[in-house]
Design a protein around this ligand. Structure first.
Ligand code: NDP
Length: 328
């Protein structure tokens, strides 16, 4: 049998963690031929809840689950980690300024980055889910100078999936007919879901939609504010769909994108499309053999340019803020 892959999940006792762990243990993260060992990191008061989730995992008798470790020590949690899913974060509470939020998260992601640097496996792949995800990823990356920078990514796959679903609904098509959709920028309200290079059953999606007003006034805000709409309807934030997107992100990174298609991942910019180098920003990416590349050479129209720039400006400001706080 193959050696188990170590998958570390932080915030394991949270809502997303609860939806995520069973998917990982059942083989959906890495495939049905790959056993996994789960390493759960939680803050001390949540360890007992994590133990409870581990009991339920045991009770599923997943054939691919090779073991579960639970700890409140990042140095233990990331020891030998091949995949690290950074889900736990400090939520924004009422009256909290952005600087306070970034500082609180710096206190989480800086030590985790260092623990990844010192203890993770050489092939570690990191996905940050906890918000503000792009900038939390930047903080962790800065604390891990010995890990190749491109291993630090943040999640915009949920935005991508939301955009796929909205576009399919509008055009009466199925999500499986849509290719080459892109989320650009920050995982925040400024993100830009771009249909201009997308295709629906081989036809250009913007032409199929043929309604710029719908794009600007309905589609983009619906995708960007979907999280708030779910809180409003469900009385709790999205968790299963966020967990699903995390599974999709890693699965695609490991197993590759389909020929002729791409996905959206927030990855360190190499300067492509005018995004300042080093910012962790969402791009269209293809993946193969466990690595990804930013899709090159797309023409960016004026409509898209303004929106990409606005989201990237926000990322630059977040980077300045964490720099000023000494977090990177
Ligand atoms: P959730 O599991 O619901 O969310 C976790 C993080 O994911 C939040 O930062 C949340 O951001 C973010 N997120 C990203 N995308 C989405 C999305 N589409 N929908 C919803 N959330 C999204 O939070 P819980 O409070 O239930 O659980 C967090 C757990 O993390 C707790 O158990 C806590 O103890 C733990 N924790 C662990 C740490 C550690 O391991 N060192 C450190 C800090 C916390 P947003 O807040 O913007 O919704």
């Amino acid at each position: 049998p193959r050696t188990p892959v170590n998958v570390t999940v932080t915030g394991a006792a949270g809502q997303i963690g609860y939806a995520l762990l069973f998917r990982i243990a059942s083989g959906q993260l890495l495939g049905q031929d790959t056993p996994v060992r789960l390493r759960l990191l939680e803050i001390t008061p949540a360890l007992s809840a994590a133990e409870g989730t581990a009991m339920e995992l045991d009770d599923c008798a997943f054939p691919l689950l090779a073991g579960i470790d639970i700890t409140d020590d990042p140095n233990v949690a990331f020891d030998g980690a091949n995949v690290a899913l950074l889900v736990g974060a400090r939520p924004r509470t009422k009256g909290m300024e952005r600087g306070d939020l970034l500082e609180a998260n710096g206190g989480i992601f800086k030590p985790q980055g260092k623990a990844i640097n010192d203890h993770a496996a050489d092939d570690v792949k990191v996905l940050v889910v906890g918000n503000p995800a792009n900038t939390n990823a930047l903080i962790a990356q800065a604390a891990a100078p010995d890990v190749p920078a491109e291993r630090f990514t943040a999640m915009t796959r949920l935005d991508h999936n939301r955009a796929l679903s909205q576009l399919a609904k509008k055009t009466g098509s199925s999500v499986s007919e849509i290719r080459r959709l892109t989320i650009w920028g920050n995982h925040s309200a400024t993100q830009y879901p771009d249909v201009f290079h997308a295709e629906i059953a081989g036809r250009n999606a913007a032409e199929v939609v043929d309604d710029e007003k719908w794009l600007a006034d309905e589609f983009i805000p619906t995708v960007a504010k979907r999280g708030a709409a779910i809180i409003e309807a469900r009385g709790a934030s999205s968790a299963a769909s966020a967990a699903n997107a995390a599974v999709d992100h890693v699965f695609t990174w490991v197993n590759g994108t389909a020929e002729g298609d791409w996905t959206s991942m927030a990855v360190p910019s190499d300067g492509s499309y005018g995004v300042p180098e080093g910012l962790i920003s969402s791009f269209p990416v293809t993946t193969a053999d466990g690595s990804y590349s930013i899709v090159q050479g797309l023409e960016i129209n004026e409509f898209s340019r303004a929106r990409i720039d606005a989201s990237v400006k926000e990322l630059s400001e977040e980077r300045e803020a964490v720099r000023a706080l000494g977090l990177i």
